[in-house]
Design a protein around this ligand. Structure first.
Ligand code: BJW
Length: 239
């Protein structure tokens, strides 16, 4: 029996790269994963940025172009419909691609930052925008390098963002994890808070993960199909 979203009041969608896979955004690991072709130590960590900011920006501008051409899929529509039609529905995502917001979700907590936001490496100023690619790589205020406002390996997650995620997940009555390999911490352990709070947990992923045992229901298929299977009773926009 597949749990239906409409049976719950406080729902958190906890999403990872597999949520965006059908939109055309590459995942990080597994078949076609980004890290198979790009070494994160060269392109996606503070040490790499300190050594070669232009090289890191070449990579991120390429990703901005790639992601900028991608569009949300039916699974994103289900999440938007749930937010609009149920009492309290939010998204806690590890994704940096902005695909949930593009689909129309408003309650999105981005644990690992955003590809579309930059932060000055010197003064900390941040700026957002869907400019792709970023043309001026320097902060207008102090002249420092803009860096992607993404949480790289070894970076601390933003404390307020983590607190917000903890609060949403601890209080939900349904947590639906979609398309995460559950190997990156501290994000991987957050669903445990939902389990502690007595929530029902659903894992949507074609593959098992190291956290699968935590979940009551395992929907082994692609995000769009599995989310549609949970959407009975919700009004969806035309496909
Ligand atoms: C589908 C599908 C379809 C496919 N439908 N599903 C405790 C223990 C061990 C290590 C650590 C620990 N605490 C901290 C660490 C270190 C580190 C870490 O976790 N390392 C592990 C890998 C071992 N964590 C950190 O460094 C974090 N910082 C931190 O903790 O600071 C304090 C600290 C500092 C120093 C030392 C110790 C502590 C920061 C983590 C930042 C993660 N950043 C990234 C990269 C962003 C860069 C960029 O994009 O440019 O975020 S890593 C990458 O992985 C990205 C993702 O958000 C994250 C998670 O990946 P995700 O979303 O799960 O994707 P995939 O690709 O792994 O999986 C896709 C899944 O989808 C698969 O399962 C498929 O089957 C599935 N799928 N198609 C549904 N159609």
């Amino acid at each position: 029996m597949i749990p239906q979203l409409a049976q719950f009041e406080r729902v958190v969608f906890f999403t990872g790269a597999g949520m965006s896979a059908e939109s055309g955004v590459p995942t990080y690991r597994g078949q076609g994963g980004l890290w198979k072709h790009y070494d994160y130590e060269r392109y996606a960590c503070q040490t790499a940025f300190d050594r070669d900011p232009e090289g890191v920006w070449d990579f991120h501008n390429y990703r901005r172009e790639l992601v900028g051409a991608c569009r949300p899929h039916r699974g994103h529509d289900v999440i938007v419909a749930a937010e609009q039609q149920l009492s309290r529905v939010t998204v806690v995502t590890q994704n940096i691609d902005g695909m949930h917001q593009l689909a129309g979700s408003t309650g999105v907590t981005e644990l690992h930052g955003s590809l579309w936001r930059v932060r000055c490496d010197r003064c900390g100023e941040t700026q957002s925008g869907y400019d792709s690619p970023l043309a001026d790589l320097h902060c207008g205020g102090c002249g420092g390098w803009w860096r992607p406002d993404i949480v790289w390996f070894g970076d601390m997650l933003n404390e307020a963002v983590v607190q917000s995620a903890v609060s949403q997940i601890s209080q939900c009555d349904l947590l639906v994890a979609v398309g995460t390999s559950a190997v990156v911490y501290p994000a991987a352990q957050l669903p445990q808070l939902a389990a502690k709070g007595g929530a029902v947990l659903v894992e949507i992923n074609p593959e098992p993960t190291p956290m699968s045992a935590l979940y009551h229901h395992h929907l082994r298929g692609p995000a769009s199909e599995m989310l549609l299977a949970m959407a009975e009773g919700l009004a969806l926009p035309p496909a």
